[in-house]
Design a protein around this ligand. Structure first.
Ligand code: FE
Length: 236
């Protein structure tokens, strides 16, 4: 079975969570369709849906079921306290510790949890490794599924229709527009996130970083490199 294509024809399906499941025992029971959890944040919700959510929140607060301070605290965690630096720490550890890297690629959820990074939108993590011959790109074609515990909240462009649709049809074009040229001889793998399964790209360790420590390496790792829209040391 192939989980990638060198050239992705227009309209072709991207690599799905189901395809990954055949390669990964941890994902055996992943849904074959892009099945979305109604509780998680979608970007393109109709305006009436946003109003319904707000109304529901107001009602729950009014009834004393939900503490608004608790809701604010949750939002604050993902907006300000959890961010791509969590993912950066994971990547840096993988660069310096081959045993951790092996665990990370074998079971992303478990290895990431060694840092204490876990929870909403990170229950079933798959880490995909960039190499000199393979580049990975992550998208959520239906909405904005994203690994919150390691990357925080998704950037606006990740949730845009333009990115979500073009990442499938013309991934090299999307990357080029974002300043990242992936040569034709590099295999490009596109991973479609779902409510069940989220992806983190393990970027290549940049050349010339052999003497850097773990914290210094982590500082080099960008959010975009862990989504796969940039390559460290290449492009922007
Ligand atoms: Fe989604």
């Amino acid at each position: 079975m192939s989980t990638s294509r060198r050239d992705i024809p227009a309209g072709a399906a991207v690599v799905t969570g189901a395809s990954v499941a055949t390669d990964s025992a941890q994902a055996e029971d992943s849904a074959s369709s892009h099945d979305h959890d109604p509780d998680h944040g979608h970007s393109d919700v109709p305006s009436d849906m946003a109003l319904r959510v707000k109304s529901l929140e107001s009602l729950l607060v009014e009834k004393g079921v939900v503490d608004p301070a608790a809701l604010d605290a949750v939002v604050d965690i993902y907006e300000n306290k959890v961010g791509p630096r969590n993912g950066s720490k994971v990547v840096a550890r993988a660069w310096i510790d081959p045993a951790f890297k092996a665990r990370l690629l074998e079971n992303g959820t478990s290895a990431i949890n060694e840092f204490g990074f876990a929870g909403w939108q990170g229950e079933d993590m798959v880490v995909v490794e960039n190499t000199p011959t393979v580049h990975n790109l992550v998208v959520c074609t239906l909405c904005s599924c994203y690994p919150w515990p390691v990357l925080g909240l998704p950037p606006t462009w990740y949730k845009s229709m333009a990115y979500r649709s073009r990442a499938i049809i013309d991934p090299r074009g999307v990357l080029r527009d974002m300043g990242t040229v992936v040569d034709e001889d590099i295999e490009l793998r596109v991973w479609d996130s779902t409510a069940q399964q989220r992806y983190l790209v393990l970027p290549e360790r940049p050349d010339g970083t052999e003497t850097l420590g773990e914290a210094e390496l982590a500082a080099l790792v960008t959010r975009d490199s862990m989504i796969g829209v940039t390559r460290l040391g290449v492009g922007r």
